[in-house]
Design a protein around this ligand. Sequence first.
Ligand code: ADP
Length: 493
Amino acid sequence: MIKDIRKILIANRGEIALRVMKSCRSMGINSVAIYSEADASAPFVKFADEAFCVGPPPSNKSYLNQDKIIEIAKANGVDAIHPGYGFLSENADFANKVENSGIIFIGPSSEAIQTMGDKLTSKQTVLSYDIPMVPGLNEAVTDVDDALDSAKKIGFPVLIKASAGGGGKGMRIVEDPSQFEDQMKRAVSEAESAFGNGAVFVEKYITKPRHIEIQVLADKHGNTLHLFERECSIQRRHQKVIEEAPSAVLTEDLRAKMGAAACDVARACNYHGAGTVEFIYEDGNFYFLEMNTRLQVEHPVSEMISGVDLVEQQIRVARGEELSFTQDDLTINGHSLEIRVYAEDPQNDFLPDIGKLEVYKIPEGENVRVDHALEEGMDIPIYYDPMISKLIVHAENRDLAISKMIKAIDDYDIVGVKTTLPFCKYAIDHKAFRSGDFDTRFVNLYFNETEILNPNDEINHAAVVGLFHLNKMDLISDNNIPSKSSDWKKNRS
Ligand code: ADP
């Protein structure tokens, strides 16, 4: 039976809230925003058909306030809740509460979220499907001697991982058996304090890892397919900053194998909706890492090469529709790159650089997409992730996509905060990236922060010595320079 969805509440903020609302609008569905006091005048709030304040700025009082969000939804005739990414998107309790209150949760079942939310449970769940796994243990270890024996069998270096870990936290690399006992004790106590669950396991540390993930889509009628891969190996602090589709290294044969394995992972947990199966790749081999049971930040690159609107598909699946296309209908069209523009200083260890967007001009052009929810003059709130936007390009092939991205980065003008733009330009233009021969160690191996010039430096410098760069100057009024400079200093202190 197809359920009626006429009004969707988006339990999120910023660019992803706006992104979801755009698909709602194109499907003739009304959107409801919830916002914290810090976001009262944000573009996603203005774009929504209805908007309700959910609480004060801190996330735990607003975007994580499950009961308040459900209360707003019930009081306003909402049919379904879309959780976006982050916040409550992978919270099985929330999914359960939403469904129990008679509202559709746009995502998988709470059981699937629960199963895949724990690294060991997810490994155990997919065991019967013959999915390649990183050599290592599939069970928690508590005894140090047993764990050391296993580590020796696996072969050093090994990685001690917290089963409940996430966001790149709770992992320890051990190079040598003599360090094992000490590192294991630290890993257990870190896992206990960070996740309230001290379970750890050991796996082989892959020394030249590439992060390649598969976008899956499944309906509630047993149809599961994949929308190819995304390469997300350019990371800082174990977090992605540049993504592309397709990957520069996958052969057709490997792509088919990884796609089939990802679909099996989805089947193993009775998945429905859009999800991502993450693999680690090295020298032609791939190993299952985990499944993310939600829409990913980097989903646009898959949309660009497949022509599929993933949010629309999530909503259709939630309604109970069957997928209207099969695996054979899908082909890769061209190449897409995405960079995450964060308010961070790449010359200072990527530390957040919060402030006002004194000048904010986005690049334009055919197949240049900017997913964002900020406007010139706005402050970047200190309470949330400092992502300003995602800049996405699509072109006929990888080389053309690289050229297009470099041009788009040059056309992007942000004054007021330091951003990852200059780093992304450096990385995309680097010969290792251009050749496709890189892995997650890219930043450590190749990034020298003195090699990039932050456009803000350029402008500050210009303001001081009176030598203005013409291309920037035609965007900046005289008033902006001094206020910007003082703000900049204030932000740095
Ligand atoms: P999280 O849930 O914290 O994101 P993941 O298991 O997805 O943890 O791993 C995050 C990142 O850590 C991966 O993208 C990869 O770069 C690295 N990583 C994870 N497992 C291994 C491994 N066995 N060997 C080498 N690197 C790994």
